[in-house]
Write a protein that binds this ligand. Structure first.
Ligand SMILES: [Zn+2]
Length: 555
């Protein structure tokens, strides 16, 4: 008895030596996502870190006169969500100009958004988006857009609406600006066969053709002016915070946008954490030696918990970069030899690797190479990760586990599920196999370290509660069931928080609400653990906190 009292007294004495917390949240349901998945009532934050979690009473007694107190009124709180693979910085160059359909599950609403944008735009100004949606997500009317319809909506503006990396819908003005004309050959820069025409040779307004085909159009669309880049990046980061996202693994951190983030960091208002996967992939056999020389000079982990370089990625040898809508791959021996040579150098340099690998044939072939590399330069502690992996299987997961590899899972079906099932002229569809892309339960049950991401902002939508809903229900955006292997809400949340912290080498700082970790957390409008399953996608953050700073608050 005496001992217990002494310990309690000692505890209070220790607290008393510390300055009081700057901020406490009480009267909530804190889903801490710690190792025991424990629930707390309250949390105390000092500076940018969590100093304690506990009951209302335990936390309230820590508060001092200067402590800001927030009554959660029973609301649920989760750790700041981490997307382990989003092309976040690239998106800043267009974000302010795009009419984004992320989370828009009504075609009627999408058209309203287009009309509103037309109204606020000058004649001749482009109305566009670059991916992040497909028409199959429109629950009210899952139809694509026609040229005539877009002409009616925007008679005086060129319109380009890009569905994922699958196809782009153009109106008459856009076709004219792209020099796509009836009775004239296709402009040379377009991928052969990607411009669809009717029987009379008139362009239908559809340009179709995976990443290469759609990118020709995207590259012709205007970027924000240099002096508007900061404002566009701010709008982008604001949208991410509103969605509950606080940290990202980012393939290809564009230098100009990174410069903006560094400036914000020095000014104390960088509201996301960005961990870059970088380095130039070799594009052909001649580029292999140059790529190896470059990566030998790569220096990772020179930054901090806001901005850092953490891995080589996301492509090693670009001829082996799987397209999005290919049904299968057949990597050639000489291509794999080039891949292995570069991968060997990455291992030798002691660098982590985060590499795009989608199709089963590619995953097997890469694992053959990694096993060969591992014999000469063990990769056990380098956290090599395969990214996307929608076609992964149990045997491959077993091989990866043995190698100490991680799986960065990006369910493209969240918006592309319709295309993956139905197929089209480009893609005959994966048939029944689409129901296991990705095989979430197989991945979860394998015991591998794995995390959820999107691969947004073009290949996929960006909203984490849409991804979590998909993982738990198997339903794509708009509500159609597209995969059969689902996982529990708890496992999905762990994969979007604590496990993702490993991909960005921040497991001691991020991913759970625990004393000692950085104070990144999200207050939700309803309880993720108990809300009816079909409402998970509708959960909205009411407050997002990064490093103890409130970066978003719903009005
Ligand atoms: Zn990729």
């Amino acid at each position: 008895m005496l001992r217990i009292a002494l310990v309690a007294l000692l505890g209070v004495a220790l607290y008393a030596q510390q300055p009081p917390p700057d901020l406490i949240f009480t009267n909530g349901k804190l889903i801490t996502v710690d190792e025991r998945f424990s629930i707390a009532q309250a949390v105390a934050i000092r500076g940018d870190r969590i100093v304690a979690t506990g009951t209302n009473q335990e936390i309230a007694q820590l508060a001092g006169a200067s402590t800001r107190r927030i009554d959660l009124k029973g609301k649920a709180v989760i750790p700041g969500l981490i997307d382990n693979h989003m092309h976040l910085l690239r998106a800043a160059a267009t974000w302010a100009k795009e009419v984004r359909f992320d989370g828009v599950d009504s075609r009627k609403r999408a058209i309203e958004m287009l009309r509103a944008r037309v109204k606020s735009s000058a004649p001749g100004e482009w109305i566009y988006n670059i991916g992040g949606w497909t028409h199959q997500q429109f629950a009210d009317d899952p139809k694509s857009f026609t040229r005539d319809e877009l002409d009616e909506i925007a008679p005086n503006n060129p319109v380009a609406l890009q569905e994922s990396y699958y196809q782009v819908f153009l109106n008459g003005r856009a076709l004219a600006m792209m020099k796509i004309e009836a009775n004239a050959p296709d402009p040379a820069e377009f991928v052969k066969g990607s411009i669809l025409r009717d029987a009379a040779g008139k362009p239908t307004g559809v340009v179709r053709g995976d990443i290469a085909g759609t990118r020709v159009v995207a590259n012709k669309l205007p970027r924000v002016a240099p002096e508007q880049l900061e404002a566009s990046a701010k709008a982008l980061i604001g949208d991410m915070n509103r969605a509950g996202l606080t940290s990202f693994g980012v393939p290809g951190c564009d230098a100009d946008v990174l410069g903006v983030l560094h400036k914000w960091k020095s000014e104390g208002h960088l509201n996301v954490r960005v961990f870059c996967y970088g380095g130039a992939a070799a594009a052909n056999p001649d580029g292999v030696d140059r790529a190896i020389q470059q990566l030998a000079r790569m220096k990772l982990f020179q930054g901090d918990s806001y901005i850092d370089d953490v891995a080589f990625g996301e492509s090693v040898y670009s001829p082996l970069h799987d397209p999005m809508f290919a049904l299968k791959s057949s990597p050639q021996p000489e291509q794999l030899e080039a891949w292995r040579k570069i991968a060997m150098a990455i291992a030798q340099a002691g660098l982590p690797l985060h590499v795009h690998a989608e199709l089963s044939g590619t995953i097997d072939a890469f694992l053959d190479q990694v096993e060969a590399v591992n014999k000469e330069h063990p990769i056990k502690n380098l956290r090599w990760a395969l990214a996307h992996v929608n076609q992964i299987n149990a045997a491959q997961l077993e091989r990866m586990k043995k190698l100490g590899m991680y799986a960065a899972v990006h369910p493209w079906a969240v918006i592309n599920g319709g295309i993956m099932h139905e197929g089209d002229t480009l893609n005959k569809g994966f048939g029944d196999g689409a129901y296991d892309m990705p095989p979430l339960a197989t991945i979860q049950n394998s015991g591998i370290v794995w995390g959820l991401g999107t691969d947004g902002t073009a290949a996929n939508q960006t909203l984490p509660f849409t991804t979590l809903s998909f993982a738990v229900t198997g339903k794509m955006a708009g509500g159609t069931k597209v995969i059969r292997q689902t996982i529990s809400r708890e496992d999905a949340l762990i994969a979007h928080t604590r496990k993702n912290a490993y991909f960005v080498f921040q497991e001691n700082n991020l991913g759970s609400i625990q004393a000692g970790k950085l104070a990144d957390l999200v207050v939700l409008d309803r309880d993720y653990l108990t809300v009816p399953v079909d409402q998970i996608k509708d959960i909205k953050p009411v407050m997002t906190v990064v490093g103890g700073r409130v970066v978003y608050e719903a009005r």
